[in-house]
Design a protein around this ligand. Sequence first.
Ligand code: 5AD
Ligand code: SF4
Length: 442
Amino acid sequence: MASPDIRKIYIETYGCQMNLADTELLLGLLKPQGYEPTHDASQADVILLNTCAIREHAEERVLGRLGVLVRHKARNPRVLLGLAGCMAQHHREKLLEQAPFLDFVVGPDAYRTLPALLTQEENDAPFVSVRLDREETYADITPVRGEGVRAWVTAMRGCDRFCTFCIVPYVRGRERSVPLAALLAQVRELAAHGYKEIVYLGQTVNAYHDGTADFADLLRQTAAIEGIERIRFTSPHPADMSERIIEAMATFPKIAPYLHLPLQSASNRVLQRMERGYTIEHYAALVERLRAALPDLALSTDIIVGFPGEDEADFRATYDFMAQVRYDSAFMFKYSPRQGTKAYKWGETVSEEEKGRRLQEIIALQERISREINRRLIGQTVEVLVEGPAKRQPGWLAGKSRQFKTVVFPGGQVQPGDLIQVQVRDATAHTLIGEARSPMPV
Ligand code: 5AD
Ligand code: SF4
């Protein structure tokens, strides 16, 4: 029997992995108050959307969902409905004009205030808690993680780079790192609980520095923890990719040969207006050094098309660079003006139609390259960390290769968490299709 003190919270998470990790953090903060997660909004005492503000589309989706979820309040007025995350921080009180039924709005540095605001007396005015805090890392909070083989671990919060298109520094505040000792203690605990893969998170995760230790130290010391089989991190910034980090990646096989290295644009003119802090020559040289040190490295990237002032020649430069580097995969976006950023004041110079055309062009290019790269793996054997049932093929299992490619294969004697050898039989742009070489874990 559930205790009457137990309250159910339903959370929908939007945006990046940082937000997924923050949802686990929110659950950790609320657990001592008797809150348990539920997947069923109609059973919930509290409904919370953990939101993203990176592009306008992300915000529109949340407003649409709010319109649907408010029905639970109509049915039971004691249900509390609130917004957390970057969109909450971005719009603050203004959200109450668009959605007057909201009970609370809480920003990424104010999550400690949430337990108190949820126990406020009924009919109180909506609560807006959006103070940014230069120190807050939540290092003492144990997140409530889902089942699985992979654990997200937030290594640093915020961003100091202020790329001119990006809202993140305004909604997540200044950069700050979780102390090394706290991170290592957390990872040891995760290993003891059976997690096999650690993914360190941060907006510019490789800028990690706790005053004494840098990101290379963190990687090296994590690699020494027994039970952890794989280590990844996202997202590194190209300008913070030190030789020490590359060396650590080359030294420890546990550190996955996979790197998400956001490019945004390959035109120096555009990179400069974006204030990215590197030239295309620097970036290309970095890729060369990485590939020399890590021969089996898989690379992915982020690209924005239609940034203010991007002309056809700038776009061509990006297209040609992508064709030359041959990323394993890419996340490609149309520029979305964000109020409060520097670029917002420049307006838009590329029409929606033209942005769409540029986006389609690089998506088609990337699809072809991804397929070619993956199909070259046919016949080879890859090491797979088994995660669980495949999404589309009943009875099949899915996992990730060391290069972070999704691999599906007919199930057998293997369990989630096993490391097995899979022979690749077929491949699409996004998936490797294989057969377990050994029925037993290797
Ligand atoms: N418009 C489009 N894409 C953006 N990104 C960040 N801000 C914007 C914006 N205003 C993209 C960048 C970043 C990724 C997380 O989202 O490519 O690397
Ligand atoms: Fe945004 Fe640039 Fe910071 Fe990334 S590095 S979060 S793109 S400001």
